[in-house]
Design a protein around this ligand. Structure first.
Ligand SMILES: [Zn+2]
Length: 502
């Protein structure tokens, strides 16, 4: 794999993230090759080391996970892998780390946010990773700049669905890349630093390439903002005139815990946190991170945790926030006077059944899309980013290749300068001013992880379509994507004509 690195230059390789049909297993390599007196010298950084979700579909018996394959990168001293930069704490960006450690690999120092470190420490505990095996962790924040070898990396806050989400501006002599990480433009926020547009505007002339999170590119307009989710929740609850409100939320999305809590507070309803062990462990992390629900409440509402209390304690009017699919006895004697707000697409299907059987009305994200928190920019977010920066080369990632192929015409119409080759995992691109060229390619693989006696071992498998068992088949099929993009293009073309005729 070092062949293409025989020449000076700055290189980018998606190891996972430009997948066939899944959004999962993110991991990217940046390698800078410079000439020194002694010959060529390399500096490599890795951005994220996630897990691939649909490992069962890869056909290895007793598999526990699958991870991107960075083994040769770690084993090639010439490449000089100096650091792993972590954009945020979600499993598809972070959870590969523990499996590599459990398989006996040494990893370079990790750079990430405080919350990311908290989640990682939780993973170390649950996988029994002893302290001596844990790589150094350096906490970073918005505005920090880290120099390593011939690269400089600047940290830029990103609006996403968890604390401490970052993008990185990676500076080399040949090119300056803005690696967005998972992000949207939304600067309404209840709990985090929003995407640092001020800094991006300032540094815009230097940015030559954007490695962009195209996860939400199948939707028009701007990504739904946190404030819109909050307002919609308040509006639905108010209009319902019900006293008992059920708001199930995804455990890994702290922003929804908070938005639901703030909606309850606004309407002066007591809050009952109620869910699985996973839910409570994230609730603890949110509190450990420094967020105090009691402080926010200032005695205006009462807050309960778990099922220790009886419905009578909760008072007349309350909101249940949790990841439950079983609402237990939270109704009191009667299910009347209750409403459910379902904030995720399919996760809470069993709960819908419970609501139905008890004649409780509920609103879903199909009725009110704002109810689902969004972490990824839509088309409008990237149009905005493109105009904020100076039309850099856009390198899409964090989506299947067919989405990139499908949106090309539309993006061209919108003036986005997309890389001409659709990047696939394990292709290496050479980045220089106004250029992004394919320099090398190799078959892409996942490493399937199996555990025996507490240790992990890897089996290498070719990457293949796995959507038969994944969620993408239902939500983002290639055909549906193509149709959506042609419809958007038609609407935009019509809009332009109208404007011209005015
Ligand atoms: Zn994420």
């Amino acid at each position: 794999m070092t062949d293409c690195f025989a020449e000076q230059g700055f290189y980018w390789r998606p190891v996972g993230g430009n997948n066939i049909d899944q959004i999962s297993g993110h991991c990217y390599q940046y390698t800078d090759i410079v000439a020194r007196k002694s010959g060529l010298a390399a500096t490599t950084i890795i951005v994220d080391l996630g897990k691939f979700d649909n490992h069962q579909a890869l056909g290895v018996k007793n598999s526990a996970a699958a991870v991107p394959d960075i083994r040769d990168l770690l084993k090639t001293p010439f490449l000089n892998p100096r650091a792993i930069f972590l954009t945020h704490s979600h499993p598809d960006h972070l959870n590969g780390i523990v499996h590599y450690l459990k398989a006996g690999f040494l990893l370079p120092p990790l750079y990430g946010g405080i919350y990311t470190r908290m989640i990682l420490e939780d993973l170390y505990r649950s996988f029994n990773v002893p302290a001596y095996m844990q790589p150094d962790f350096i906490c970073i924040g918005d505005g920090d700049e880290i120099k390593t070898g011939s690269l400089k990396i600047e940290v830029v806050a990103a609006s996403h669905t968890c604390f401490d989400s970052f993008g990185f501006i990676i500076k080399s002599k040949s090119a300056t890349v803005y690696h967005t990480g998972d992000m949207k433009i939304d600067n309404s926020t209840y709990f985090r630093k929003p995407t640092n547009l001020k800094r991006l505007r300032l540094i815009a002339p230097a940015i030559t390439h954007v490695v962009a999170d195209f996860c939400g590119i199948t939707e028009e307009g701007f990504a739904i903002r946190e404030v819109d989710t909050f307002k919609k929740m308040v509006k639905i609850i108010k209009k319902s005139r019900k006293d008992k409100i059920f708001i199930p939320v995804y455990p890994t999305h702290p922003e929804m815990y908070l938005i639901a809590f703030l909606a309850a507070l606004k309407l002066r309803k007591n809050v009952v946190f109620y869910g699985s062990d996973d839910f409570y462990s994230y609730l603890r992390l949110i509190k450990d991170y420094g967020l105090s629900f009691d402080k926010m409440a200032q005695g205006r509402i009462r807050i309960f945790e778990g099922g220790q209390n009886t419905v009578r304690d909760y008072g007349k009017s309350f909101v249940v926030i949790g990841d439950y699919n079983d609402i237990g006895d939270c109704f009191g004697d009667s299910a009347r006077n209750s409403i459910g707000l379902i904030t995720a697409k399919t996760f809470f299907n069993p709960l819908k059944g419970q609501f139905n059987s008890r004649n409780i009305k509920f609103i879903t994200v199909e009725d009110a899309p704002e109810l689902q928190g969004y972490g990824h920019g839509f088309i409008g977010d990237f149009e905005y980013l493109n105009s904020l920066l100076h039309h850099p080369i856009i390198i899409p990632t964090h989506c299947p290749c067919y989405i990139i192929d499908g949106c090309r015409k539309l993006m061209q119409f919108l003036g986005l300068n997309m890389v001409t080759v659709t990047p696939k995992n394990n292709q290496t691109f050479r980045l220089e001013k106004e250029k992004c060229t394919l320099a090398a390619e190799a078959p892409a693989t996942w490493l399937v992880v199996s555990y025996s006696g507490g240790n992990a071992s890897f089996s290498e498998v070719w990457q293949k379509p796995t959507s038969g068992e994944g969620f993408l088949k239902r939500t983002f099929s290639a055909r549906r994507c193509r149709n959506k993009f042609s419809m958007f293009l038609l609407q935009r073309q019509k809009g332009k004509k109208k404007d011209a005729n005015r």
